[in-house]
Every structure is written in C-alpha cells, then in structure tokens.
Design a protein. Sequence first.
Length: 265
Amino acid sequence: MTTIASTHIRARRSNFLRDVASVAERALRSIPRDVEGVIPALVIPVFFFVVNVGALQDQTERFMQVDYKAFQLPVAILFAVTGISRAITVVTDIQSGYFDKLSLTPVNRLGMLIGFTVADFALVVALTVPVIILGLVVGVRFESGPVGLLVFVLMGGAWGLAFAGLPYAIALKTGNPVAVNSSFLLFFPFMFLTTVFVPMEALTGWLATVAVYNPVTYLLDGLRSLITVGWDTESLLKGFSAIAGVGAVSYTLALMALRSRSRRR
C-alpha cells in the first residue's frame, strides 16, 4: 500500500514593507499604460514658462532687478508635479471590484497608500527632469551647485507627493474618475494667490495678505533660493515646513477616506 504524505502549504507571511513593495510595483507598472495622463503634466509647465517669460521678462527685470527665467522655473516645476498621482488607478480598482478583494486580505491599509505614493514620487521626480533641462538650456544656473539642483528636484517631488494626498482622498471617498481628474483645480488658488508672477514685495492689498498665509509662497521662496541665492537655510526650512503642513492635512484626509471605504466591506 502506497502512503501519500500530506503536504502543508503555508502562505508567505506578509509585513508592512512587503505590502508597500507589492502595491508600489503594481502602481509603477501601470504608469506606461497611462501616458496620456502624463503628457499634459509636461505640456502645461512648458507652456506657462514660455508664455510668462515671454510676456513679463522685460518689464519685470527692468523694474525689479530679477532674473525672470530663474524666477519662473520653480513655477513650472510646481505645475509639472502637482496633481500627478495614481489616484485614478484607485478609482479603476474600486469600479472593477479589485479594491474590495484587496480589502478582504490582511494587507496593511497604510502600506496600500504608501505603495501608491512610492510610484507617485518616482513619476513626479522624473517629470522635473525635462523642465529643469529647459531651464538650463535658456540660461538658468543654480547658485547652490549640483547638490542644490538635487535638493531642488527632491523638494519639488516632495511637494508633488504632499499634494497627492488630496486626489487619493477624493478617489477613496467618491470612486469617481471625474472628481479625481478635477482635483488639480484645487491647486489653482494655491498657485495664483501667491508670488507666481512677481516677488512678495511687489504685491499689495488683499493679495499680499493672502500670500503671507499661502504655503506655496514659502515653497516657491525655498526653490528660488536654491537658484538665485545658494544655501538659504531659513527659506529652505520654511519651504519644507509648508510641504509637511500640506502633506499632513492631505494624507490625514486620505487615510480617513481609506478607513471609511475599508469598513464598508
């Protein structure tokens, strides 16, 4: 008589880092399939950079003594990295039922969110490269040197990541692709009620007051300092503090929306 030994197959134990890596890998693989969502992220900043410099450079440099191309490069970077996220993938997963299945597994909920943001960070950093090359081609130079250029890229990427919490919150709350695609509109009040066109000292009235409380003002100051000043510790600290503040709010909302959706399953 032949005895067949039973074999016990155990599932591999998961952990936080493995969950993050698994979700990040899947999110990264989805990026090449969504090229049409990435192209506008390059067209828009190049358009605004060319138009703003072409229209305002002569007058601004004449009266304010600033290198306007250097002044506008951080603006172009923020347009490139803001609102870029894999949130639309989350919506697709919700609509297809994949998110429901994933929620039934022991995958770490925070790990799910961080996994998506790993892919986001890789994408937004990649998007800064052609914009910076454009700036270098037209004569922008970094007073902070190569290390400052690296910090510039990381700072822009960190802002893109901080803002991305809002599209994720909207995606998880609504499951609506139109709402997610419209989340970029939330950035316009941040961007245009600040020092996007002229330095802080040139602003007057209510716009000057709003700009003081706008976190993008300090983000732009930090980015610009790396180009025109060098290493301005105060400006950089304020810039990173603004990023941290926006990120704290956006990811608190995203985690609340994630927990709410997970509890429905």
